[in-house]
Write a protein that binds this ligand. Structure first.
Ligand SMILES: Cc1cc2nc3c(=O)[nH]c(=O)nc-3n(C[C@H](O)[C@H](O)[C@H](O)COP(=O)(O)OP(=O)(O)OC[C@H]3O[C@@H](n4cnc5c(N)ncnc54)[C@H](O)[C@@H]3O)c2cc1C
Length: 823
């Protein structure tokens, strides 16, 4: 017993130091003192002496810094240099391009929640809110998505004009150039609202405000280029597009074969130094109507007209549409979401060097320029569009499920539908928080490379899930296309969002963890960088400090993961109030588990982990769900911890924890070195898999919030266009919902009398009249039932057409436009 006590004292002292991440010196002192005191009190002299010898044998060499450097760190540095894979130039550029924000804390195993919670609450300025209430509201009132997607395959001229005139294309352009200079949050809010009406309009507005000519000019353009283009881009006098992708270069954009050869050519009688461009680009958004083309190509200088270097590398230029030889104008047809998208080609197209963005000195820097700007656009466009669509689905599906009756009940009452509604509510809450968090990061001046990949992937994947649930709950109503169908086009748009700005499979498998692990890890990148320190002494000193920091970090994460696993994350100082503290603790636990697992995977597999995409994708999932759950908690705090939102928060949070558990379990289960996997499992899941998905009861509470007006629903569907205008079915459904609910008890009275055979009439209005006469319902109640029946009929009805009307370009509107010379 006394031996056990002494052993336990030493272990607990060591564990406590590792848990709290004390210094090596503190660990040595605390452990030695604990062993001595408990050993003497317990009268276990032999055990005490043995333990002290072991402790000193570990502590002394580690505390003697010179000895440690030469005998331990130096051989390990040599080994590390040998096994560390060289980063490719592309990877190096990608790593240097972004910043690390709160995601770094999540990778630390011990997140500092204060860092997250002290960040200012993101809010629209008065001017931005006025834009939302003014031009955005007006634009939404002008949108007829059926006309856009079926009749015109384009935005109508008045919508194009309104967008340009109100500077929707200039949200990221500073005021000094005539732009709106909006915050990322406002930019996101505008896209969300537009997407609640039309994916085509939202995509059209998103592109000029994302990675493209304006963004690139702002960062790298010469003054002359900025002064020329930015004021024109802000008011839509110039329409931009950006052409990177081609038949041979999709996800691997660095492999573009398009070439620009430096040469001289006589232009208007003057010998001009320029480039002869040959390129074949496809899928380029806005290309068919663009007046200025951002072009990525590989620049070569075989005659050394610019200098010694022959292959200058990827370079970016702005070509006016009028450039002779530019083939532009034809369109692709992206899944019935007809935003302007098409190919651009050119053979031996000559352009002067002044077309290079930033001038000749920026030749060859194209990839870096793109990657540096990529994360900002990616953090906003796709996540915002996805969130806007999801928020609209919440309103539409909740209202529809309450209005649509089958088997004598609103379909929302069936448990199967309730399950879909709960997913729609919970995932929308999570995605809205995620999209808000990445916009806030951009507004803080970050270049959120990892969060933007997380947001792009998860917002679009969850949008896919919600689009499917929305279709399922609506049944045939969502299948039959026509002006009355507000869901079908959203379903069609999903694969586009999945593919663009980093196709999802690649984003998940390669980018989130691949970049996250190196970028966010407190030691890995620094250790790799230490390899390039020229001064050997300095290199050893730096490597030694990092190495032992890293070892301590690993031990601490193992102890923290085990301790929190054993206690079900019920211990420890953390953030939050009585309701949310358990959530923060869970995040603490899985942050430690991620840091430990990532370290072990990287340590054992080294560079091979990059090719084990199925493993790294799962670890990326863990980081993603930690980030999303943190974003939800921050949103909950920022909105004043509203009790009404708790079902959404709880559903989203438990879903994330369940998915984290599945991802960690999957990664460990498939780790090829089995003994290591067994040890990891013991440290990460000491009592097995204990997380459960959101319960049916919780799902019922979430579904209930979707099917009746309430403040939590209002917050969740913020920035949806809800004005009940003739073009806005969802807004009109929202407006009718209170009457639908008020009519339910009346309908029950009426139905009971009908079942009892009290009425002779066979039609609804006749039966209503009889019910009123018999005093079953009052006049006002009869009126309510009639109004609701008429209103609901409009929402459950679908369109029908003559065959001629369904044929492309045979509709009256299109023929009129053709006659008017617009098409
Ligand atoms: C509607 C639309 C608009 C677009 N707008 C523009 C634009 O304005 N400008 C522009 O330049 N481009 C644009 N694109 C191009 C877009 O960015 C590419 O489609 C995208 O990069 C994917 O390339 P790809 O379609 O050729 O797919 P591929 O690269 O052929 O990929 C096929 C599949 O392989 C996966 N994959 C590829 N590499 C890996 C890997 N290493 N690990 C795991 N999985 C991998 C991908 O995830 C994908 O699932 C647009 C595309 C579409 C469809």
């Amino acid at each position: 017993m006394s031996v056990l006590l002494t052993l336990l004292a030493a272990l607990i002292a060591s564990g406590a130091c590792a848990y709290h991440r004390t210094s090596l010196r503190t660990w040595a002192i605390v452990t030695i003192v604990a062993t001595l005191v408990v050993g003497l009190l317990a009268r276990a002299p032999a055990t005490t002496v043995i333990l002290l010898i072991i402790e000193l044998a570990i502590a002394l060499p580690l505390l003697m810094v010179d000895f440690r450097r030469k005998q331990i760190s130096l051989p390990l540095l040599k080994l590390f240099a040998k096994v560390t894979p060289k980063l490719s130039e592309t990877e190096q550029t990608a790593l240097e391009a972004g910043t690390v924000g709160f995601e770094g804390e999540l990778f630390s195993g011990k997140p500092d929640w204060h860092e997250l919670l002290k960040q200012p609450k993101p809010e629209l300025s008065v001017e931005e809110q006025a834009f939302m209430d003014g031009p955005v509201e007006e634009l939404c009132s002008m949108i007829d998505d059926w006309q856009i997607t079926h009749e015109l395959a384009d935005l109508p001229p008045n919508v194009w004009d309104f967008i340009k005139k109100n500077r929707f294309f200039g949200m990221i352009i500073p005021k000094q150039y005539g732009g709106l200079q909006f915050s990322a949050l406002a930019h996101s809010a505008v896209l969300q609202k537009l997407n609640s009406m039309s994916a085509t309009v939202a995509s059209t507005v998103a592109v000029p405000n994302s990675l493209g000519p304006a963004e690139l000019l702002l960062h790298y353009g010469s003054d002359e280029q900025k002064n020329h283009y930015l004021p024109r881009l802000a008011v839509g006098e110039e329409i931009p597009c950006f052409a990177l992708t081609g038949p041979y270069a999709g996800s691997d954009a660095t492999s573009i074969p398009d070439v620009g050869i430096v040469c001289k050519q006589v232009v208007d009688g003057v010998e001009t130094l320029g480039i002869k461009l040959t390129f074949d680009k496809r899928y380029i958004t806005l290309a068919p109507v663009a007046t200025v083309v951002g072009l990525a190509f590989r620049m070569v200088d075989p005659e050394h007209l610019l200098g010694d270097q022959e292959d200058l590398g990827i370079t970016l230029a702005l070509l006016p549409r009028s450039t002779p030889g530019l083939e532009i104008g034809r369109r692709h047809f992206p899944l019935n979401i007809p935003f302007q998208n098409g190919p651009i080609r050119g053979k031996d197209v000559f352009a002067p060097l002044s077309v290079l963005i930033g001038g000749p000195q920026m030749a060859g820097h194209g990839w870096r320029m793109l990657v540096e700007c990529l994360s900002v656009g990616r953090a906003i466009s796709l996540p915002s569009n996805a969130t806007g669509g999801m928020r609209a689905s919440v309103l539409a599906t909740g209202a529809y499920a309450r209005m649509r009756k089958q088997f004598g009940l609103a379909v929302a009452r069936f448990e199967g539908v309730e399950e879909a509604l709960a997913r729609i509510g919970g995932l929308t809450y999570a995605t809205a928080a995620l999209s808000r968090a990445t916009a806030a990061a951009v507004d803080r001046g970050e270049k959120p490379a990892v969060p933007s990949a997380i947001a792009k992937y998860h917002a679009t994947e969850w949008a896919r899930q919600i689009a499917a649930d929305t279709m399922d709950v609506h049944g045939g109503k969502a299948v039959q296309l026509g002006p009355k169908n507000y869901a079908g086009r959203g379903w069609s748009a999903v694969p586009i969002a999945i593919t663009v700005e980093g196709a999802n499979i690649m984003t998940r498998s390669l980018m989130i963890f691949g970049q996250g692990a190196i970028r966010c890890h407190p030691y890995v990148l620094k250790e790799m960088q230490a390899l390039s320190i020229a001064d050997r002494g300095e290199q050893l000193k730096t490597f030694d400090r990092l190495l032992f920091g890293h070892i301590g970090f690993g031990i601490s994460n193992a102890v923290r993961s085990l301790a929190m696993g054993l206690t079900g994350a019920r211990i420890g100082e953390t953030a939050g109030d009585a309701y949310t503290r358990r959530y923060y603790r869970k995040l603490d636990r899985y942050s430690a588990a991620l840091a430990l697992t990532a370290d072990v995977f990287m340590g054992v597999l080294g560079g091979k982990l990059k090719f084990k995409e199925k493993l790294s994708a799962r670890l990326g999932d863990v980081l993603s769900y930690l980030y999303i759950a943190s974003a939800m908690l921050k949103r909950y705090e920022d909105t004043g911890r509203p009790e009404a939102d708790r079902p959404f928060l709880a559903w989203g949070f438990h879903q994330c924890m369940w998915l984290i558990q599945n991802a960690l379990d999957g990664a460990i289960r498939n780790f090829p070195v089995r003994p290591v996997a067994w040890l990891l499992r013991a440290l990460v899941f000491p009592f097995g898999r204990r997380e459960v998905p959101p319960s049916d009861r919780l799902g019922r509470r979430v579904a209930a919030l979707l099917t009746a007006p309430n403040e939590a629903l209002d917050r969740l569907t913020d920035w949806v266009y809800t004005t009940p205008t003739a073009n806005n079915t969802i807004g009109r459904m929202k407006a009718l919902l209170p009457d639908v609910i008020a009519a339910e008890p009346v309908d029950r009275k009426f139905g009971k009398a009908l079942k009892a055979g009290q009425f002779k009439a066979h039609d609804y209005l006749g039966q209503l009249a009889e019910a009123r006469q018999a005093g079953v319902i009052s006049d006002a109640e009869a009126d309510l039932l009639r109004r609701v029946r008429e209103g609901v009929f409009e929402f459950i009805s679908v369109d029908d057409f003559d065959t001629d009307e369904m044929r492309a370009f045979k509709t009256r509107a299109a023929e009129d436009r053709r006659a008017g010379g617009d098409v």
